[in-house]
Design a protein around this ligand. Structure first.
Ligand SMILES: Cc1cc2nc3c(=O)[nH]c(=O)nc-3n(C[C@H](O)[C@H](O)[C@H](O)COP(=O)(O)O)c2cc1C
Length: 195
């Protein structure tokens, strides 16, 4: 009997909207990789080689790091984005990467992709404002963001140890729940769209 999608492994491509070497968001993705439920695999894509978007550059051909980013997204069953909050919104690094991946119009690998969001900040609201801006970006990209659970990591400096390991048990549990829900969401969407 052939395997159903329920038996299939859900492969996640994860990326963080921070280039900082000791980034809490990058550390949160490493924690997620440790917390993956059965039936899920994950790779972390580093956005640092992606150049600043310029339509003139695109007209000459996508830069190699952008081609690679788009190919990894296309091959993924689902995405996981960890966003910092910069001035109540998402950092330019993340928006820039999504802008590249949205091109060319009508042929973006982001279209129809299930995605889970989370974010860590040193502020009180743990990226809530940035995540709601990111959800708005998901609308035009025609992505399928998971609604629940929401993972906000406020006061991030108290949640990670000096080795950048996520030590806060409640946050670890909520990331585990997020991943399990993303797996279910992805399977459900694929069953309904027949992909
Ligand atoms: C330009 C800039 C703007 C920021 N704006 C916010 C903000 O609006 N809300 C917030 O909670 N933290 C804000 N912060 C603090 C970030 O939460 C903090 O730098 C965090 O560590 C960034 O994520 P990272 O550790 O993954 O790099 C800002 C930081 C920078 C550099």
């Amino acid at each position: 009997m052939s395997a159903t999608f329920t038996d299939r492994v859900v492969h996640v491509v994860a990326f963080a909207g921070s280039l900082r070497s000791r980034s809490y968001n990058r550390a949160a993705l490493r924690a997620a990789a440790e917390l993956l439920p059965e039936g899920m695999t994950m790779e972390i894509f580093d956005l640092s080689p992606i150049p600043v978007y310029n339509e003139d550059v695109e007209a000459k051909g996508f830069p190699a790091p952008v081609e690679e980013f788009k190919a990894r997204i296309a091959a993924a069953d689902a995405l996981l984005i960890a966003t910092p909050e910069y001035n109540y919104s998402i950092p330019g690094v993340l928006k820039n990467a999504l802008d590249w991946a949205s091109r060319p119009p009508g042929r973006s690998p982001l279209v129809g992709k299930p995605v889970a969001l989370m974010g860590a900040s040193t502020g009180y609201f743990g990226t809530a404002r940035a995540q709601y801006h990111l959800r708005q970006v998901c609308v035009i990209l025609n992505m399928y963001p998971l609604n629940n659970p929401e993972v906000f990591i406020p006061a991030a400096e108290t949640k990670f140890d000096p080795d950048e390991r996520l030590t806060d048990e409640r946050t670890r549990e909520s990331i585990g729940r997020l991943l399990a829900a993303l797996r279910t969401w992805t399977i459900r969407l694929r069953a309904e769209t027949g992909v």
